[in-house]
Design a binder for this molecule. Structure first.
Ligand code: NOJ
Length: 549
């Protein structure tokens, strides 16, 4: 089947179901809530939704621990509600992506329950190893969430590998039966009408022969061995040839620690096995590889990340653009300013939305939602956060450890979407499963609907503008003054039209002059976040888009 690459003309919206909208009053988001909000998502100009996992799951990692791949959890509304959402999305010309989590399952999945009892054909569905003779673990790998990557199972009498939580055993992708299961899952959802997949940590699925110790990585040991493992390309090709090529669908692959060069081996448009990659450089401008190793925000680092990916993929592969998702704290609190919240939220939108690629917004980003200061460890819900609080290298006072969580925890972006100033931000009539950010009385969608200059309406205008400009889809990208620690300036040019995007990341006024060759007097100012822009000054976090045609 011909692949039409429809994703190139769309903006996506990510729904993290637990915190999006509660339709039945049990305190947790669900698909009935999504049904109520489909028009809202469409009103942003979005042409697609990525759903974080909706499958039955014990919830050890908020759904990324799947107990049944071919069903929808009853608490989210079950298959019936999903069919309605799918139909409702398609009726509004919105595509639907499912999260495909095949590196691991839940330990409550039937496959694991049978594997630990050596019931065929499941015995080798997971990665089992006896302890070493000296009683040591099978190797020195760390899990990404909870200590070491091996847990002893009393039932089987062996260790199993889990690169994430203890309740997330890794599948053995070298077993052809497991790959057949993956293909069944892909076909099941595609036949039901979904349009593609976001593939969770897909670069981890092929482990090297013999599972050798990792002597390369000082922390997160193992990454140097299992990331981009030896048979990864082969497995991805198999999934593509046997299933994906038979549908006009798309794949978006999560890829920790990937360079543009490496990414091109997977997503180049001639022979790549995948369509787009989630790279992490754009969310590492204020940390060292992970949010848990924070550094001061560096605009230069952010610009380098943006520009490198723009330049290296242009004409060869397609970028996925994002600044937020459910795994990182809120971007206004990180790269912007809570003091200039509205201005900086808009500047961040302009910085991203006119680049080449497919943008993904995360729920609440369009409102400029901020991090949420939870008051005690008991209020946090995320497995990684809770483990880090109790065990990690942050051996400091409880107050200092909480301050770190406030900065680094994923729960910052997992508090409920702030729909209105009503109790619980209009998210639920019940008791929310996680605390609502108390700033919902000021920051909420209902209030922003009433104001032309709100962050929400800025997103709508920016997305509509993006869609109207041919140069944004295909034009050349150029960055100016890349050494500036205050401004991000870039142009897009397709020979017919040209835009210049100007973004200030300073919380004070700064002097501004257009780069050579850009005569502002001949340009039309098509987007701005201040009412009366001055020719030679930028206000705090000011942004502008100029157009020449
Ligand atoms: C990446 C997902 O985005 C994250 O939320 C999850 O915890 C891990 N993969 C494990 O599935």
């Amino acid at each position: 089947m011909e692949r039409t690459r429809w994703y190139k003309d769309r903006v996506f919206y990510q729904i993290w179901p637990r915190s999006f909208m509660d339709g039945n009053g049990d305190g947790m988001g669900d698909l009935w809530g999504v049904l109520e909000k489909l028009d809202y998502i469409k009103s942003l100009g979005c042409g697609g939704i990525w759903f974080s996992p909706l499958y039955p799951s014990p919830g050890a990692d908020c759904g990324y621990d799947i107990a049944d791949y071919m069903d929808i959890a009853p608490e989210f509304g079950g298959m019936e509600a999903f069919r309605q959402v799918l139909e409702g999305a398609h009726a509004r010309d919105m595509k639907v992506l499912m999260d495909l989590v095949i590196n691991h399952t839940s330990d409550e999945h039937e496959w694991f329950q049978k594997s630990r009892r050596r019931i065929e054909p499941y015995t080798d569905y997971y990665i089992w190893r006896p302890a070493k003779k000296n009683g040591k673990l099978p190797n020195n790998w760390d899990s990404n969430f909870e200590g070491k990557a091996w847990t002893y199972d009393q039932v089987r009498g062996e260790y199993y590998l889990h690169l994430f939580a203890v309740k997330q055993p890794d599948l053995n992708m070298d077993n052809p039966l497991v790959r057949e299961e993956v293909k069944k899952i892909l076909r099941f959802w595609l036949d039901l009408g979904v349009d593609g997949f976001r593939e969770d940590v897909i670069t981890y699925i092929s482990k090297p022969e013999g599972l050798p110790d990792d002597h390369l990585f000082p922390v997160n040991k193992g990454m140097g061995q299992y990331n981009h493992g030896p048979r990864l390309h082969e497995y991805l090709r198999e999934f593509k040839q046997d299933v994906l090529d038979h549908y006009d669908c798309m794949t978006l692959a999560e890829a920790p620690l990937v360079s543009p060069r490496k990414a091109l081996t997977y997503i180049n448009e001639d022979s790549g096995e995948l369509d787009m990659m989630i790279q992490f450089q754009c969310v590492c401008a204020d940390c060292l590889f992970t949010d848990w190793l924070p550094l001061p925000f560096s605009l230069r680092k952010l610009k380098r990340a943006f520009s490198t990916w723009q330049r290296k993929l242009h004409g060869r592969a397609w970028n996925m653009l994002y600044l937020e998702n459910h795994d990182h704290p809120r971007i206004v609190s990180r790269y912007g300013s809570e003091r200039f919240r509205e201005e900086s939220a808009k500047t961040l939108a302009a910085a991203m939305l006119f680049q080449q690629g497919t943008p993904f917004l995360y729920q609440g980003q369009e409102l400029g939602m901020t991090n949420c200061p939870l008051e005690s460890i008991d209020e946090y819900r995320d497995v990684q956060t809770i483990w880090n609080y109790h065990h990690s290298a942050l051996k400091k006072s409880p107050e200092e450890r909480l301050a770190r969580l406030h900065r680094s925890s994923r729960d910052n972006s997992r508090t409920p979407v702030q729909w209105s100033g009503e109790p619980n931000a209009g998210f639920t009539t019940g008791t929310p499963w996680i605390r609502v950010n108390p700033n919902y009385t000021q920051i909420n969608a209902a209030e922003q609907e009433t104001r032309e200059d709100s962050v929400l309406n800025f997103y709508r205008r920016a997305i509509a503008l993006r869609k109207s400009l041919s140069c944004v889809r295909d034009g050349d990208y150029r960055e100016y003054r890349h050494l500036s620690g205050s401004h991000y300036l870039y142009s897009r040019d397709d020979g017919k039209q040209r835009i210049l995007v100007v973004c200030s990341f300073r919380d004070r006024e700064t002097a501004f002059r257009a780069p050579r060759g850009f005569n502002l007097e001949k340009a039309e100012l098509v987007l701005a976040n201040y009412p009366t822009p001055q020719p030679d000054t930028l206000q705090p976090y000011e942004c502008r888009v100029y157009l020449w045609k």
